[in-house]
Design a protein around this ligand. Structure first.
Ligand SMILES: *Cc1c(COP(=O)(O)O)cnc(C)c1O
Length: 381
């Protein structure tokens, strides 16, 4: 997109640190509600584009935040002691296995900066979370994208890619994957990790783990020092606006990551909020159940509309918008949805031009989505 138009001469006499920067396209975020209201004059906007939790966050979080408001002049605890203590307990690991991040994106970035130089390679799957390929470019490293298998990770092919590229330093695996919602079996993943050279870090991005507890691969940490698990408070915990994530790893890896991260990368409010959110397991259980019910309902509606989809293990679903109607594409359907105040995520950037990723909303949001889709597909005004 804009990256192709950019060139170094526009910057002269300045020059970027390395040429890879020019290949980076800015990360595409979901359209903010405010922008849609401004552009199309629709007021009751439904945003199903960024996998946020439509139920918000635990009410305990509000109290924890209020408690901090008198302390804002003070730096947060740079070691995040209390949150780490609770995370250690929650995950049954030692505190020195934990690195906190300003969202899990921060940790993915810290991992790349800690382990990957321009001579190295990063391996990831086609249709995997777009940030992995961006990190390769940011490090001026080689990004190796392995073709997907049924829209999910092809671990056999990924193993081969690592074997073919001895300079591989990190393999990123999103499980469940965004944007496809696919999930890997424990046995498959275990076999993959076992096959990796000890010099290759296997980073399991478990951003949606709360929606799919069965995809928890925490057990691998006890056996393999080259496994890192990255989690976030942005999705099921409903704290995307606060930016808190964490990594679980061997103490040696955590020590390295903690040297690279900025000293106060999680705010005082973020630390307190995450601690309160973690403690409210009932909230997460309700979120998971509601998501399940709504996901089943949406699947039925897509079936009824004759739209294909990929079975998802997270809080979003990828829907095939290939329909037998003239001039109707995922892009035109997306545009029509926007004009009627429904924001979903087009996946052109992933090479999935005919697909839209739809976040599971509250029952009323999902009903609105389906009604709007139906009217678009029936070509009603
Ligand atoms: C949303 C998401 C993240 C990043 O979330 P943060 O808000 O930075 O914690 C990481 N990985 C995947 C796969 C995601 O979908």
């Amino acid at each position: 997109m804009t990256s192709k138009e950019a060139n170094t001469s526009d910057l002269a006499p300045l020059s970027p640190a390395y040429d890879g920067i020019l290949e980076l396209a800015p990360y595409q975020t979901g359209k903010p509600v405010e922008e849609l209201t401004r552009e199309y004059g629709v007021s009751d906007v439904v945003k199903l584009a960024s996998n946020e939790n439509p139920m918000g966050c635990s009410p305990h979080v509000t109290l924890a935040i209020t408690d901090q408001l008198g302390q804002l002049a003070r730096y947060p605890d740079g070691n995040g002691y209390y949150l780490k203590r609770d995370l250690a307990d929650f995950n049954d690991v030692d505190m020195d296995c934990i690195t906190l991040g300003n969202g899990s994106n921060d940790l993915l970035d810290i991992l790349a900066r800690s382990f990957v130089s321009s001579d190295d390679a990063i391996v990831y799957s086609q249709y995997a979370f777009v940030v992995y390929s961006m990190l390769a470019k940011m490090q001026g490293a080689t990004g190796i994208e392995v073709p997907a298998h049924h829209f999910g990770h092809d671990l056999k092919a990924m193993r081969q890619a690592v074997a073919d590229n001895p300079n591989t330093k990190i393999v990123f695996i999103a499980n469940p994957n965004n944007p496809t919602g696919t999930q890997l079996a424990h046995s498959e993943l275990r076999e993959f990790v076992a096959s990796m050279p000890a010099s290759v870090l296997v980073v399991l991005d478990e951003a949606y783990i709360e929606y799919s507890p069965e995809s928890n691969n925490r057990a691998l940490l006890d056996e393999y020092d080259n496994v890192v698990i990255v989690r976030t408070f942005s999705k099921a915990y409903g704290l995307a606006g606060l930016r808190v994530g964490y990594a679980l790893s061997s103490p040696a890896v955590a020590d390295l990551l903690n040297r690279i991260r900025q000293p106060f990368n999680v705010s005082r409010i973020g630390l307190a909020a995450a601690q309160a959110a973690l403690a409210d397991s009932d909230f997460i259980e309700t979120v998971r159940q509601t998501n399940q019910e709504q996901m089943r309902w949406l699947e039925k509606q897509f079936d009824a509309l004759g739209l294909g989809f990929i079975k998802s293990h997270a809080n979003f679903i990828m829907v095939d918008m290939t329909v037998d109607m003239e001039d109707t594409t995922a892009a035109s359907i997306n545009q029509a949805l926007l004009e009627q105040g429904v924001i979903v995520r087009p996946l052109k950037g992933y090479g999935l031009e005919n697909w839209l990723r739809i976040t599971v909303g509250l029952a009323e949001d999902n009903l609105r989505l389906i009604d709007t889709l139906q009217s678009i597909l029936n070509d009603e005004p």
